[in-house]
Design a binder for this molecule. Sequence first.
Ligand SMILES: NC(=O)C1=CN([C@@H]2O[C@H](COP(=O)(O)OP(=O)(O)OC[C@H]3O[C@@H](n4cnc5c(N)ncnc54)[C@H](OP(=O)(O)O)[C@@H]3O)[C@@H](O)[C@H]2O)C=CC1
Ligand SMILES: CC(=O)C(=O)O
Ligand SMILES: [Mg+2]
Length: 765
Amino acid sequence: MSKINRKQDALDYHANGRPGKIAVIPTKPTNSQRDLSLAYSPGVADPCLEIAANKEDVYKYTAKGNLVAVISNGTAVLGLGDIGPEGGKPVMEGKGLLFKIFADIDVFDLELDTKNVDDFVRTVKILEPTFGGINLEDIKAPECFEIERRLKEEMSIPVMHDDQHGTAIISGAALINACELQKKKLEKVKIVVNGAGAAAISCSRIYVSLGAKPENIVMIDRAGVIRKDRENLDALKGEFATDRNIHTLEEAIKDADVFIGLSAADVLTADMLKTMSKNPIVFAMANPNPEIAYDLAVKTRKDVIMATGRSDYPNQVNNVLGFPYIFRGALDVRATGINEEMKLAAVYAIAKLAKEPVPESVNLAYNINNLKFGKDYIIPKPTDPRLITEVAPAVAKAAIESGIARAEIKDWEAYKENLRKRLGLDDVLMRDLSAAARQSPKRVVFAEADNYKILKAAQIVKDEGIAHPILLGRKEKIQRIISEHALDLPNVTIIDPLEEIDTPKFKQYVEALYRKRQRRGITLLEANKFMLDRNYYGASMVEFGEADCLISGLTKNYATTIRPALHVIGTRSGSRVAGMYMMLTKKGPVFFGDTTVNKNPTEEELVDITVLLHDAVKKMNIDPRIAMLSYSNFGSNEGEIPTKMRNAVKTLHEKYPHIVVDGEMQANFATNSQMLAENFPFTNLSGGPANVLVFPTLESGNIAYKLLQELGEAEAVGPILLGLNKPVHVLQLGSSVREIVNMVTIAVVDVQAKEKEAVGKEKKK
Ligand SMILES: NC(=O)C1=CN([C@@H]2O[C@H](COP(=O)(O)OP(=O)(O)OC[C@H]3O[C@@H](n4cnc5c(N)ncnc54)[C@H](OP(=O)(O)O)[C@@H]3O)[C@@H](O)[C@H]2O)C=CC1
Ligand SMILES: CC(=O)C(=O)O
Ligand SMILES: [Mg+2]
């Protein structure tokens, strides 16, 4: 994007619609007169009096415990300098936005019109009743140090100057990892810190805590190298003053291992970079423009590990990776401050996370196929959903262990679960199913293995111990994709049916297909031809026990994929086939059927579909509560659809009394149990909203799940094919890697359930 376009886009982004980036949203119902009388007068008086009697109750009855103030006077806004409090407001609103989206922390941004330290401290101090924490931002050195020190002493809620400590924590984590990759020891590296302000001094201090030697650090400000013999040297800069006989950045940078830029744009030239030691580390963190442009640095030195504060290049060393989670952890244990132990815990948690395999959602967000620990990935990406569950608990634990927490966390797994829920990362069911799959992984044959997404999913399910993949396709093509994308799939079986044509196994598969279909118009020659199709071959592998289940359909339409399975494997005796989607909604999982196979099911077919859905949901250890949907409620409308749904319910009640099912009903009644009970108290659909929805036609089911997926932001897992003799699962055309992994997980659990069923039947005999 050109600079001009970017400028206009950025201005439009802020100005369009409601100006600015944040707003206040009520968290309680406000629909009725009653709600309002509780929210405000007279009801509000009760929590007021409770808090007046016991101040700590402010955490119980108000938003204080989750509310952070982002406070600035605009004197060091990014690297833009002193642009005043109003000038800094977009940055402060931006911080508020980041706190919210990454850690679900609410923020009021406060821009103070003062450069006077006493006024600043007094103003913030008297805000203590309102906030759970104070994030000081973009206040210039040296005032920022005194402001933070005094507020920490005088306030009993966490106070942190983010430009100092947030930056120190992130760059500390990045430095540990960069040193490891460049095979350098932190205790020995020579570090040049350009800048001697808030960020630079705190970063240098944390590097020393992590093992760097103060005598190996040279610090530089606008006047040059900070030397011990400088006149009027202030105490802060004095901490890192050197007695070496050097005066300029040019002199200091020669043979240095690490350059830390926390100053201004473009001060490090290519010529200077050339003089650094072998395998140099450059963190050019000035915002918005770094001390040396990313492209110039990597062009100048092939052996450099390069990081900037920007999101549009690899290695974004920016305090956004820290402040949301540091405050999250501190707020959740009601810490009285943010101490050294908490900061170091955050450093190590962030550094460690960079070495873990990257979730697919992060690859997708950056449009990179295989991010992994290395020169271009030294710290996690800000969108990594694991940051909250790794960094916040590490910080909270450190607060408890160092004795500054006022609340305990006992069940850390439950706490992490809660953190995921806060961000809507709460796919508990999928996680439970993954855990179940891992207990006994199965052989899954992928019919379309000459496809990157399938191979990536195969790698994930293999790495996670969910399944043993078997890949079908042209061997050379599969190997090429594996090496192009640096996938890691050693020792995985690859089979090309075209190369199997003369094997006894191939012949066995062909004969079996011919036997099954000879009276349905298939000749032996045709059976032979069909078997070259990987869907037929894969289904035959499942049929003959060479694999436990088949996954296909990513690149072909549904009918083309399902037909071979029906021909080779067939349906369970007396059963029909139907498709089910598991919709992972914000209110929990809801199962939709039939969304895939039966266009306009009859009453009898609806009964069978309902039983199939019931049994499938039960296998996932969920008690099904089934609603038969229509546009009418219990006879309120006549018509073909309500009648067939009503009749299906009647048959289900008679033949399957153990199944909790009711209808016909409209979707809003099915999903709102209070409304259903108030209007139709006779219903047997009790104990909460329906979690299985049976649709009258394929059309309505398909439309409903797609709308929910797009507008309701629910994740759709499926279609899960029900009724086949052996597990075959057909992907949605163009599924994502995550959807394929989910589907494999379901397939493995399905195989496990079928095995259990078989053992049960054997025992009964
Ligand atoms: N990536 C990230 O996460 C973060 C990046 N930053 C960036 O770091 C920079 C500094 O921020 P902060 O510490 O808050 O600001 P401060 O105002 O406290 O400090 C700025 C420092 O930079 C020095 N400086 C300015 N220009 C030069 C130059 N040309 N050569 C040498 N030194 C120079 C100043 O020197 P003097 O003392 O002589 O005035 C001062 O010491 C900003 O660009 C900011 O965007 C900050 C926080 C986080
Ligand atoms: C990232 C940040 O806080 C800064 O540049 O000031
Ligand atoms: Mg800042």
